[in-house]
Design a protein around this ligand. Structure first.
Ligand code: MIC
Ligand code: SF4
Length: 643
């Protein structure tokens, strides 16, 4: 039977189940990546498995998020991660070396491989023709321990690309167009697979921008074929030997298909405060701006920074704009410097930072009050920038630089001729700081600072569950709402008791106290939510910290994939409304009982009766048998000890 690229990679990695829609499958993971903000917890979890060395073909430990060292905590975590990498046989990419996804694309990714990363933008690797999936830290720890990664067999969404991008329109506009059409939940349950004559018009870094930003569709991942452009990219990185061709067979079928004629696209922009709030740049042109940031794992490749530099060879930055560059990797910095483009940026007045995530996760670079900030980042969720009531717009590097020059949102086509340029045939590799895995058997002591708290223990599931509705929230709640990030909270990622103080802080400052009081009264906590609950980041802290506060059940209209998996991993029961209208009548503070919950989960029942102030409603538990066992045990680590 004719197969898609997705089906080919899944078939060659399948270790459990069969490739039938909606069935749970287990796949072999060839490579893993972690970043520091999720990695500290992932390695504590890996340690708990007792496995002496990673079992993958290749695993990389990156430090890219928590770069601001305002006290000992982030610095301690960096040292912990370096020692963990040395002890367990991983590559280590230190602070300043770049964003995990960009560095992985340049130095490690390979067509046809599977990659599991503890970050939701891991699909960046799909630009190279690999199946790259984001997951919670515990799932990545299990993959490092050599266990399969389990997922529900997704449907495949084919995106047929045709035509050629016009001048001043770039890869980001393709995904903004898809977000405009499909919304932040349009990709839930799908892998997005790109095909068609337009694919050959896109370089690997353009493709990676698309598969990266595709995380915002809620998709499991996104993937491109591996072709001559892939070969060229790998050759430019000195890694030609890893190239293999990979394409969908003639006659392969997709569950859905969308056609995008790239020739018909124009510059687009996502308005505050959701990546799918997309309009044409011309519709918001003229609004004054205070800050422009070019960077993030979406758009900080050499091409993205070069286009900015080429524009600035002839133009100056408006004096009212703070124009900042966050290079994706040391490699990008090195090549920009060698080519002389860095000089252009510096002379033009750009604030050039070290390679890393920085303002994308609120690690500095907060915009001024009441002003517009334009960013080439993937997310503009409310308050993520660090400024309350922020107005963050997401756009391409072309729109960003044109706007920085004019001091207001600007259609880059107004700048006139497009500055065409070529990418190098051979990049300077910029990987001198990446540490290779140590030999097996070498004794390495793990350096643990006082910031690293032991992993909390959780009880198995109760027979009949008694609790209270602690909070009711609406649609599209992000993990940034549940477990905020930013320079103040991120250093607590390796300390669950400390970080749990901030759960739901941006929604309700009283949440933590209410949860603690409820738990002290021997009652469990329940959270009620709308559609696409838990979209965005893969941070398992958004499950782990609420669980630490006593949240044991969530009842929502629908879940985002990674968050649902994280809830199960930490023993929180993920229920959905059988009748979504029931959502309306639920109120914070109501008493909840789920009679014989344990028994019903053991019996494999899909429908549970939930008594809200003694009134019954029906809830659905859509999970595999393996998940049921994990929930009964009180989480994956408890389960793994008994399995
Ligand atoms: C993000 O972009 O939201 C993050 C920060 O990279 C997260 C991971 C995290 O919260 O540590 C993600 O995308 O998964
Ligand atoms: Fe880092 Fe931003 Fe990418 Fe997340 S989205 S990995 S914070 S650059």
């Amino acid at each position: 039977m004719a197969k898609t690229v997705t089906e080919k990679i899944l078939a060659s990695h399948l270790v459990e189940g069969s490739l039938e829609k909606a069935a749970e499958i287990g796949i072999r993971i060839d490579q893993t990546l972690t970043q520091d903000a999720t990695g500290t917890m992932a390695y504590l979890e890996f340690e708990a498995t007792g496995i002496p060395r990673v079992q993958t073909e290749l695993s990389v430990c990156y430090v890219d998020h928590n770069l601001v060292q305002s006290d000992f905590r982030n610095a301690d975590d960096h040292r912990f991660l370096q020692s963990v990498a040395r002890r367990y046989g991983l590559y280590f990419s230190p602070p300043g070396n770049g964003i995990s996804h960009q560095v992985h694309l340049e130095r490690f990714g390979a067509p046809g491989k599977t990659l599991l990363g503890s970050d939701s933008h891991t699909p960046t690797g799909g630009g190279l023709g690999m199946l790259a999936i984001g997951a919670g830290g515990l799932d990545v720890a299990m993959a490092m321990a050599g266990k399969p990664f389990y997922l529900v067999m997704p449907k495949i969404f084919g995106i047929r690309l045709s035509g050629k991008l016009p001048d001043w329109v770039s890869a980001r506009d393709i995904l903004l167009e898809l977000l405009r059409q499909l919304s932040v939940k349009g990709g839930v349950g799908y892998i997005m697979e790109y095909f068609g004559p337009g694919v050959g018009e896109l370089s690997v870094t353009d493709r990676a921008s698309i598969t990266n930003f595709g995380a915002e569709l809620g998709a499991t991942t996104s993937v491109f074929p591996s072709d001559e452009n892939t070969k060229k990219f790998l050759a430019s990185q000195g890694r030609s030997d890893l190239w293999t061709p990979l394409a969908a067979d003639v006659g392969a079928t997709y569950d859905e298909v969308i056609d995008i004629d790239m020739s018909g696209l124009e510059p687009l922009i996502a308005c505050p405060s959701s990546p799918d709030n997309v309009v044409k740049v011309t519709e918001v042109a003229g609004k004054p701006i205070a800050q422009v940031l070019v960077g993030s794992c979406s758009n900080s490749s050499l091409r993205d920074l070069m286009v900015v530099a080429k524009v600035l060879e002839k133009e100056e930055i408006d004096t009212d704009v703070s124009f900042e560059i966050n290079p994706g990797s040391r490699q990008v910095l090195e090549n920009m410097t060698a080519q002389g483009d860095m000089l252009t940026l510096v002379k033009a007045g750009a604030r050039v930072h070290q390679a890393g995530c920085l303002g994308c996760i609120g690690m500095g670079q907060a915009p001024p009050t009441g002003t517009i900030s334009l960013r080439t980042f993937p997310r503009n969720f409310p308050g993520r920038s660090g400024t309350v009531n922020d107005q963050v717009y997401l756009c391409s590097p072309e729109v960003a630089v044109a706007s920085a020059v004019k001091g207001r949102i600007t259609d880059p086509r107004d700048l006139g001729d497009y500055p065409h340029f070529d990418l190098p045939e051979k990049y300077l590799l910029g990987d001198q700081r990446i540490e290779s895995p140590r030999e097996a058997g070498e004794v390495v002591e793990i350096v643990r600072g006082p910031n690293i708290a032991p992993f909390p223990e959780f009880e198995p599931l109760a027979d009949t569950w008694h609790g209270t509705i602690l909070l009711k929230v609406g649609d599209n709640i992000t993990t940034d709402h549940i477990m905020p990030a930013g320079a103040k909270i991120l250093p607590l990622r390796s300390n669950i008791p400390a970080i749990s103080e901030y759960v739901f802080n941006s929604v309700d400052l009283e949440f933590t106290k209410r949860a603690r009081d409820t738990a002290a009264g021997d009652l469990g906590g329940m959270v009620i939510g709308g559609e696409n609950y838990g979209q965005g980041s893969s941070r398992e802290h958004a499950a782990l910290a609420p669980r630490f506060l006593g949240v044991e059940v969530k009842l929502v209209k629908s879940f985002a994939r990674i968050h649902k998996a994280n809830l199960i991993n930490f023993g929180i029961v993920p229920l959905t409304f059988e009748n979504p209208e029931d959502y309306e009548m639920l109120k914070q503070g109501a008493a909840v009982e789920i009679p014989d919950m344990r028994q019903k989960i053991v019996a494999g029942e899909k429908t549970l009766t939930v008594l809200i102030d003694k009134k019954p409603i029906q809830a659905t538990l859509e999970v595999s048998n393996r998940h049921r066992e994990i929930l009964l045990a009180g989480g994956l680590l408890n389960w793994a000890k008994t399995a």
